[in-house]
Design a protein around this ligand. Sequence first.
Ligand SMILES: Cc1cc2nc3c(=O)[nH]c(=O)nc-3n(C[C@H](O)[C@H](O)[C@H](O)COP(=O)(O)OP(=O)(O)OC[C@H]3O[C@@H](n4cnc5c(N)ncnc54)[C@H](O)[C@@H]3O)c2cc1C
Length: 415
Amino acid sequence: MSEDCDVLIVGGGPAGLAAGEAAARQGVLTLILERQHEIGYPIHTSGGSWVSDMQALKIPLALYHPINKVVFVSPQREVPLHYQPAVACVVDVRGLYQHLASRAIAAGALLRVRHTVEQTLLEEGRVCGVTAKNQVGERVSFRATVTIDASGFSRHVGVRTDMGKAFHRYGFGAEYDMYAPNYPQDELYLIMGSRFAPRGYAWAFPRGNGRVRLGVGVLHPDSDEDARAYLDSIVRDVPQLTDKFKDASPIEFHTGLFPSEGPLEHFSRDGLLLAGDAGGHGSTLVGEGIRFAIYSGQMAGNVAAEAIKARNTSAAFLERFDKKWRARFGRDMDISYMINKRIANYSDEQWDAALDLMKRLTPSQMAQALRGDFSAGLIMGILARNPGLIATGGKKFLDVMLERINTTTMQPAER
Ligand SMILES: Cc1cc2nc3c(=O)[nH]c(=O)nc-3n(C[C@H](O)[C@H](O)[C@H](O)COP(=O)(O)OP(=O)(O)OC[C@H]3O[C@@H](n4cnc5c(N)ncnc54)[C@H](O)[C@@H]3O)c2cc1C
C-alpha cells in the first residue's frame, strides 16, 4: 500500500502540528503521522511557558494559566519575584496540542494517529518518504516531496539519515500532576540543590482548578540519579511547599526526556528537514521547548511548502530553514547551552550564591534571562547591579557572553 503527499510530517507534537498548519496554509498536500492513539497523550512535559509567546502564537487564553509569583529556592535562600501583569504561564498541554492539531486540520492538513513511522525511503541519497505501521498493523509507504522529522527526542528519521546521532546528554524528568486544594494557584516554584534535584531542578507549576504539576529533572549522564525517586520527598520535605501540598494527591504520573546538547549543525538535506526537539531546537537553559518547537515547526512547514512551490527541494533550497532558525534563535540557544553546562555542576553553595545574585536583579531582568533573551543591555544591567562580580569568575563568564552577543546579529523584527 502506498500514499503520496507533498509534505510528510513525522510526529504530532507541537513542532509537527505547527509545521502541518504552516505547510497546509500554503496549499500543499500535507500529512502528519503520529504513533500515539491521541494527540497530547501521554504527557511528557510540564507546560511552563510565557504569556507573550502564547499571545503571539494566537493560543486562546483558556489554554494557559498566567502566573504572578515566581519563587526560586536553593538550600539556604529564597527569591520571590512578583509580576503584575503575569509574564510566565503554565499551559494545558493536552488542550494546547489538540488546539494545534485542530488548526492544522482547519488549514487543510491530514492527520493520522496510531501510525508508527518505521523506515525511511531513500532514492539516490534523497529522502522521499517513510514506511509506517497503521492502526490495523498494515505497513504503508508514504511517499513525499519533503519529509519533516518532528519526532522529538527519538529524532527518528534524522538518526537513520546521518543528520545526527541519538541524544547522549539529556534531562530525564518525572512529574506528578496533582490535585492540591491548598496550593496557591498563582505561585510557581523552581527548586535547586542536591537534596531535591541533583544536577537539575525541581518545579511546582500550578495550572488552574486546583491542579499542580510537581516534578524534577536530572541531567544524564552528568548524574545517574533517578528523578522518580525524588518526587515524594519534594512533596513532603521542601519547607516552602509542605503546607501547600497538604491534602494533595497525584492524579497523573508523567516521565519524559529532553535533549540537552544544543542544536544540530545542519537541520536540512535533500528532501528532509528536522524541526523541534529532533533538531535540538529547545532551550537547554531550563529545558524549555514547547514554544520553540512551535516556532521551529512553523519555519520548517513554510520552507517545505515554498520549496515544493519552487519545484526545488534540494539541500541548497531547504537550507533556508537553517538560516532562518539561526538568525532568530541561534545566538540565544548557544548562550543558553553555555550556561547550562556551567550550572549543571553547581554545588549547593554555588546555588546559594546564584540566588544572592538573583536577589539584586529586577523581576524583569530575571524574566528576560529565564526566557533566554540575551542582549548586551541585560548583561550590562546584571553587572551594574552586581559590581562584586567584577572581582570573580562570574565576570569572565559574562564577558564571554557579551562577546558572543556582540559578534552575532539577531534579526530585531523577529525577536
Ligand atoms: C520532563 C520534561 C519537562 C518539560 N517541561 C517543559 C516546560 O515546562 N516548558 C516547555 O516549554 N518545555 C518543556 N519540556 C520540553 C518540551 O516538552 C519539548 O521541547 C517539546 O515537547 C518538543 O516538541 P516536539 O514537537 O519537538 O517533540 P515532542 O513533543 O516529543 O513530539 C514528538 C511527537 O512525535 C511522535 N513520534 C515519535 N516517534 C514517532 C514515530 N516513529 N512515528 C510517529 N510518531 C512519532 C511522538 O509520539 C510525539 O507525539 C519538557 C520536557 C520534559 C521531558
